[in-house]
Design a protein around this ligand. Structure first.
Ligand code: ADP
Length: 408
């Protein structure tokens, strides 16, 4: 794999096992940490081609790439937005420096903080550049996942069909009866429980269905200063589709938090999101799904009638029969060559509290083990090895979460 697929870790989201990483071009993404290593901010990691996972730790502590210089464009008591040559970067307002708009500052972009104010130089000027924004980057037509690829979770399948698929496919009938088709649905549950997969499956099941995938933190970071406009462009694009469209906003709590002291930009974005949803009521081909693993943190305004007024819960713990079904379904839909002697029941029993994503990883890791051993068939020993590794990393993650809870 080429080494332009490496990025620096900006922060580690302990409770979701994800990383916020930043590439050299300053684009930042949230990826799932599947390195199996202890990752800290500043480390360099390899990212897979779809920019979904950090696959390896390339270098601890990162490279010394020097610092950036930029001009302070906006600030609140908590945050400062610095314009650099490539982008705008939002960083915490440093306590020990008196920063004003227009100041030149030196910052460490990888660590996401201002190092010092640079005095006595003319501020660098950066040509105003039209922010590059390509709706297609967020859009998939007929996304691959289908309901048949989802193991277990029969109740959720029914519920999702009822609250998302039916209104979209039978918009006309809803209208005839005089009922308003619901436009917003909230999916909540821990990471890896299949929320994204379900949203994709609905889009896939609809005729000419289009799927838009937006991550809350990305709206804030990557589209900084442009967030409302970009959000609007995605909605407009969805409204223009011939077929139905699903707009999936992951980690909605990052922009629509109920917490006190949320930033101005957050409030503006929530307002924009609500305006868009109200305005799009008439587009019965568009459905918005918001996902969160912290439903308690969501701004109540978002949950009012006509907005995200339906909920689907993704449980944190699955019955054994669902876990067996997920293993079988994933092995099937990925065409995995599993030896007849492998007993999925045994692993499903042992995989207490594992999510769908963990179970899928079990099979993928087992497949990697088989390949390493130059076999084309997955055997019990491969699963055993993978199981122990994943269980270890799950324990570590839980201990961290526990330690965090004890501190706070
Ligand atoms: P979430 O959005 O809740 O964080 P995802 O939908 O992204 O979780 O799921 C993560 C991975 O786990 C996906 O690759 C998906 O294929 C797999 N997965 C999760 N639940 C299931 C399931 N019930 N059946 C098959 N695969 C699953």
């Amino acid at each position: 794999m080429p080494d332009n697929n490496v990025a620096t870790v900006k922060s580690v989201l302990e409770d979701s096992g994800e990383l916020i990483v930043i590439f050299d071009n300053q684009n930042s993404f949230i990826v799932e940490d599947s390195t199996g290593e202890e990752i800290s901010a500043g480390d360099i990691v390899r990212i897979d081609e779809q920019v979904q996972y950090a696959t390896d730790l390339v270098r601890e502590g990162g490279y010394d790439t020097g610092n950036l210089v930029g001009v302070v464009k906006r600030q609140t008591s908590e945050r400062v937005v610095v314009q650099t040559e490539n982008t705008h970067i939002g960083v915490p307002n440093p306590e020990d420096e008196d920063i004003e708009e227009g100041d030149t500052v030196e910052l460490n972009a990888a660590a996401g903080r201002i190092l010092r104010k640079v005095e006595g130089v003319d501020p660098p000027s950066f040509e105003a550049q039209e922010e590059e924004f390509d709706v297609d980057e967020y859009k998939t037509e007929n996304p691959g996942d289908s309901f048949g690829d989802i193991g277990g979770l029969e109740d959720i399948k029914e519920r999702v069909k009822e609250v998302v698929e039916l209104p979209l496919s039978k918009g006309d009938e809803f209208e005839e009866i005089g009922a308003k088709a619901p436009s917003g649905v909230l999916f909540y549950g821990p990471p890896g429980t299949g929320k994204t997969m379900f949203a994709r499956a609905v889009a896939n099941s609809l005729e000419e269905g289009t799927f838009y995938n937006i991550k809350g933190p990305e709206i804030l970071n990557k589209w900084y200063g442009e967030s409302e406009r970009q959000l609007r462009r995605i909605f407009e694009d969805a409204g223009d589709q011939e077929g139905a469209a699903i707009i999936f906003i992951d980690e909605i709590e990052s922009i629509a938090s109920s917490r006190e002291g949320s930033r101005d930009v957050d409030r503006r974005l929530v307002a924009q999101l609500l305006t868009l949803m109200d305005g799009f009521e008439d587009y019965d081909n568009v459905s918005v799904i918001a996902a969160t693993n912290r439903p308690g943190d969501i701004d109540q305004a978002l949950l009012r009638p006509g907005r995200f007024d339906r909920e689907v819960e993704f449980p944190s713990e699955l019955p054994v029969s669902d876990r067996v079904d997920i293993l079988e379904t994933v092995a099937n839909s990925e065409d995995m060559n599993v030896a007849d002697s492998v007993d999925f029941e045994v692993y499903a029993e042992k995989a207490e509290k594992w999510t769908g994503a963990d179970l899928k990883r079990l099979l993928n890791d087992a497949a990697v083990n088989a390949i390493r051993d130059e076999r084309t068939e997955i055997r019990t020993e491969d699963l055993e090895l993978a199981f122990r590794r994943i269980e270890r990393s799950r324990k570590k993650k839980q201990e961290k979460v526990q330690a965090g809870e004890d501190d706070g």
